[in-house]
Design a protein around this ligand. Structure first.
Ligand SMILES: N[C@@H](CCC(=O)N[C@@H](CS)C(=O)NCC(=O)O)C(=O)O
Length: 250
């Protein structure tokens, strides 16, 4: 496994939520990479949301939205792009063009899923409160929980089934990759936000459940999850527990 480069990564992401930054954090944590979660530092030490706004406002070339990763001279945005960059450097993706393309393909599919998960509680605009778009959210939650969650999870379950590697499984290649870490996050988030929908689907996705539990038990990830670095799920993030939207088991 390649050793992490001798570099201290800087992650720029909103300080109070897991959000999309969490996919990057999980990769850095699993690899025990040296990194600073800059916006979570106190403002007096150059942190806070201000640090993030500064990077967004001043960087060249400009980034549209966080998460953003600084690695030496490089400033990289788009979650899947960041993970594509980190994967080989952290030993979290197999060698070879086909495997790397497939890992990126899966990560982009996760990005699509994440956007849909977000849009259930914000179907009209991110700039409006949930309460101001609740009727639309309730309407959207029905096809999302009954059609889209089963379709996405059914797809990832099939990927695991086709890539038979040992009892714990892996989405790409013979061992753990950054995509598996991201899939753990999706499963953990769905369990938080849509517990009833997920529990109804659980018998149909045994491989995803095993993968989630396997990732959660990895020493680096288990230590991270138990640490204050792991921000708890909350109702400002992507995965929000609004029981009225969790209708997939009805
Ligand atoms: N496709 C991008 C989406 C980035 C994104 O939407 N970031 C959110 C935070 S999770 C944001 O702050 N967006 C600001 C905006 O869209 O105006 C990614 O995966 O990184």
């Amino acid at each position: 496994m390649p050793q992490p480069e001798n570099v201290r990564y800087e992650l720029y992401y909103w300080p109070g939520i897991q959000g999309r930054g969490e996919f990057v954090r999980l990769a850095l944590e699993e690899a025990a990479a040296e990194y600073v979660d800059v916006a979570r530092l106190p403002e007096e030490s150059g942190g806070g949301a201000r640090a993030l706004m500064r990077v967004l406002g001043e960087s060249t070339p400009p980034a549209f939205a966080p998460p953003i990763l600084r690695s030496g001279e490089l400033l990289i945005a788009q979650t899947a792009n960041i993970l594509q960059y980190l994967g080989p450097r952290l030993g979290l993706v197999p060698d070879g063009e086909a495997a790397r393309l497939f890992a990126h393909q899966l990560q982009l599919t996760i990005a699509d899923f994440i956007l849909e998960i977000h849009d259930v509680h914000h179907p009209i605009a991110s700039s409006l409160y949930y309460e101001d778009q609740k009727p639309e959210a309730l309407r959207r939650a029905v096809p999302f929980t009954k059609e889209r969650i089963p379709k996405y999870l059914g797809y990832f379950e099939r990927v695991l089934e086709k890539n038979q590697v040992g009892e714990n499984g892996a989405l790409v290649g013979p061992s753990l990759s950054y995509v598996d870490l991201s899939m753990f996050q999706v499963m953990a988030g769905l369990k938080y936000a849509f517990p009833n929908t997920l529990s109804k689907l659980t018998p149909t996705i045994p491989r995803l459940v095993a993968l989630r539990d396997h990732v959660a038990a990895r020493p680096g990830i288990a230590a991270y999850l138990a640490s204050p670095r792991r921000i708890p799920f909350n109702e400002s993030g992507i995965f929000r527990r609004y029981p009225e939207l969790d209708v997939g088991s009805k």
